[in-house]
Design a protein around this ligand. Structure first.
Ligand code: SF4
Length: 372
């Protein structure tokens, strides 16, 4: 609201939408225009123009706390990419050489489409960094601020594609380590107790479930077949829609479930609606007992950094304690990843520079004080 007021009242600019991106764009454009003053575009050298971009971006970082990974086209000038000083959201740069021998660049939150488009990953944009490419293809880059590096841990748990390389960490490998850690912790807590089969709640959790099965020496089975034409349920608009879509989305395989002690592994539990439906399905298909393991610790707080996690009142773990959650889901055992194990799984390998991944929605501190 404060930023909207800044744009509308102080900067006298109009907003067409409620989009954060439009607001940031207006703030940035206004700062840049003021910095340029009456001088015409042509009279400013590229070096000077980049300097002005840095100043306008720095002003934006001061005004807009939170996560920013933005790419913008500046008319008749070039392409600009910026990442907030804590690097909460990812941003990567790739390059390719065109048929005419010219270098071309790409920016995205993941590198997963680079190969398909003929680009190779160059690097992550650093936290607090701005990269500008002018029309002649000259690249300018500068890190404007150096603060703690706190990328979102939920990107590794759920959001990113498994084949993404993010902050110099392989998402796939991080998920394998999450499953491995989950298995190790299970052994500590439950000793020799084992399910007959481990089934992922597809498909983000396939990798975690596979690694957990390996760690426990238990069969891994794709006992829930995923219909590829249904989208992600956690992002659907209302509860009933989400509940219905689970049944359209997943088809249990009776032979994999019948008369077995089944451990369902999911990447996370947000509202619990999907998990509860999955458990009911597995029971209907004849499971003897059902355990539920989440590769992410309980999600207890909303996100103010661009992820659509619901309010605390809608989050299962913020509403119920462990025993009440277990009963709500209808399972014999509900098992969560420990926070330290999740952080270890994400940060164990890779040449990264992460100080501490953001885990505010898992009970950690919000990165910037004004975010709450
Ligand atoms: S609060 Fe959670 S979802 Fe939001 S940026 Fe932090 S870790 Fe990611």
């Amino acid at each position: 609201r404060t930023l909207r007021q800044e744009v509308l009242q102080n900067r006298k600019r109009y907003l067409n939408t409620d989009s954060d991106s439009e607001m940031l764009m207006q703030l940035f454009a206004d700062s840049l225009q003021q910095l340029m003053g009456p001088s015409s575009d042509e009279s400013i050298t590229e070096e000077r123009f980049f300097d002005l971009l840095c100043q306008a971006t720095d002003e934006l970082f001061s005004l807009a706390e939170g996560s920013i990974s933005a790419v913008s086209l500046i008319k008749d000038r070039g392409l600009l990419a910026m990442r907030d000083p804590h690097g909460i959201r990812p941003l990567v740069m790739g390059e390719r050489v065109s048929a005419t021998g010219r270098k071309e660049y790409i920016f995205a939150s993941e590198d997963t489409m680079f190969y398909m488009l003929g680009f190779t990953l160059v690097r992550d944009i650093d936290p607090g960094e701005i990269v500008y490419i002018n029309q002649a293809g000259q690249l300018f880059a500068k890190r404007l601020r150096v603060e703690t590096f706190n990328p979102c841990i939920f990107e590794y748990v759920y959001f990113s594609r498994p084949d993404a390389m993010m902050n110099n960490i392989s998402v796939y490998r991080a998920r394998l380590r999450m499953g491995e850690n989950l298995g190790k912790r299970w052994k500590q807590v439950y000793g020799d107790k084992r399910p007959d089969v481990i089934i992922p709640a597809p498909s983000t959790s396939n990798t975690m479930a596979l690694a957990m099965a390996r760690e426990l020496g238990v069969n891994y089975s794709e006992g829930l077949h995923k219909n590829p034409f249904i989208g992600r349920t956690f992002i659907m608009a209302n509860q009933e829609e989400r509940r219905q879509s689970v049944r359209f989305k997943l088809v249990p395989q009776r032979l994999e479930i019948m008369n077995k002690v089944v451990m369902i592994v999911d990447d996370s539990i947000v509202r619990g609606t999907t998990s509860r439906e999955i458990v009911a399905m597995v029971r209907n298909f004849g499971a003897k007992e059902v355990y539920f393991a989440s590769a992410c610790p309980p999600v207890v707080k909303p996100c103010f950094y661009g992820v659509d996690i619901p309010t605390s009142g809608e989050l299962l773990a913020a509403t119920y304690d462990l025993e009440a959650s277990r009963q709500y889901l209808g399972v014999e055992i509900l098992f969560y990843q420990q926070l330290e194990d999740l952080i270890e799984a994400v940060t164990r390998k890779g040449k990264h520079h992460i100080d501490s991944p953001c885990h505010a929605c898992l009970g950690g501190p919000y990165i910037q004080r004004n975010a709450v």
